[in-house]
Design a protein. Structure first.
Length: 277
């Protein structure tokens, strides 16, 4: 598909203005500012992964647009209560209704990225979708995973635990939040991604889910970019590896800390491995 550059520029201006409005509206809300920083970092990463794909760059900026409405409704980011994917679609529909943006093939691909990033298995009739849609959604999903797993999670994991942002403490008051669920540990030690919504019950599970995003990236086609991201100084740590080690000590049951650190370091040191199931 040949993209309309003028349409892409208009769509990019809309999302840039929207994000700036959210930055100003919620300038005192750390969670919102973190989310905007996440979006900005993904916009940088996309230039490394798909440097000539303008639509992928713009779709990446749009991918978490539903998070702002989610925060307005819930005061937190919690997909268990209402999905930011669906809310993102709602934001786009409202924008089209107001005439802020227009329906176009480019917008349709962006909407697919909003709805299905990080969960491509839920895309309907996957074999019947165009390669353009699948390519953009795949790029956005990979970039989102790299940023969350290799950079962003270091900044929000401990805070979300203290705030019970995912309601794990509320929903499982009798569970030790440092306890790792057996299924999660099995997935983690194999370096295999898993469904956060289905398997995470504690914040120990949650930190391992974030780390598995990094491990998945290290085992995939973007492993060099993932390794480079993990080596960056972030959130007061000399790199994300040291950040994760500290978070493991704080958030995981003591008997498993060394095993989890060893597992993570093993995948990092052997990041030349090709991904296999």
């Amino acid at each position: 598909m040949k993209y309309n550059k003028r349409t892409i520029r208009k769509l990019e201006k809309y999302i840039d203005d929207y994000i700036e409005n959210m930055r100003n509206k919620y300038k005192s809300v750390l969670a919102i500012q973190d989310k905007i920083n996440h979006i900005n970092r993904t916009a940088i990463l996309v230039k490394k992964i798909a440097p000539k794909n303008d639509l992928a760059r713009v779709a990446t900026k749009y991918h978490d647009i539903g998070r702002f409405l989610q925060y307005e409704l819930l005061g937190k980011f919690d997909d268990a209560l209402v999905s930011h994917h669906i809310l993102g679609e709602d934001v786009i529909v409202r924008a089209v209704f107001r005439g802020d943006i227009k329906i176009s093939p480019e917008l349709d691909i962006i909407r697919s990225s909003i709805m299905y990033h990080g969960r491509m298995e839920y895309m309907p009739y996957l074999t019947e979708l165009s390669n353009d849609v699948k390519e953009i959604v795949d790029i956005v999903s990979r970039i989102d995973g790299i940023e969350n797993g290799c950079i962003g999670a270091i900044g929000y994991l401990e805070r979300e635990c203290k705030e019970d942002a995912k309601n794990y403490k509320k929903n499982n008051p009798n569970l030790d939040m440092k306890k790792v669920s057996p299924e999660v540990l099995e997935f983690y030690l194999k370096g295999k991604n898993f469904d956060k919504m289905k398997y995470c019950k504690t914040y120990a599970d949650y930190v391992l889910f974030a780390n598995i995003l990094a491990i998945t990236a290290l085992r995939g086609e973007d492993r060099n970019i993932a390794k480079e991201a993990l080596d960056l100084e972030c959130f007061g740590y000399k790199n994300a590896i040291e950040g994760y080690k500290d978070l493991f000590i704080k958030m995981i049951e003591p008997d498993l800390v060394d095993k989890c650190i060893e597992c993570f370091e093993g995948f990092y040191k052997n990041s030349n491995w090709a991904y296999t199931e």
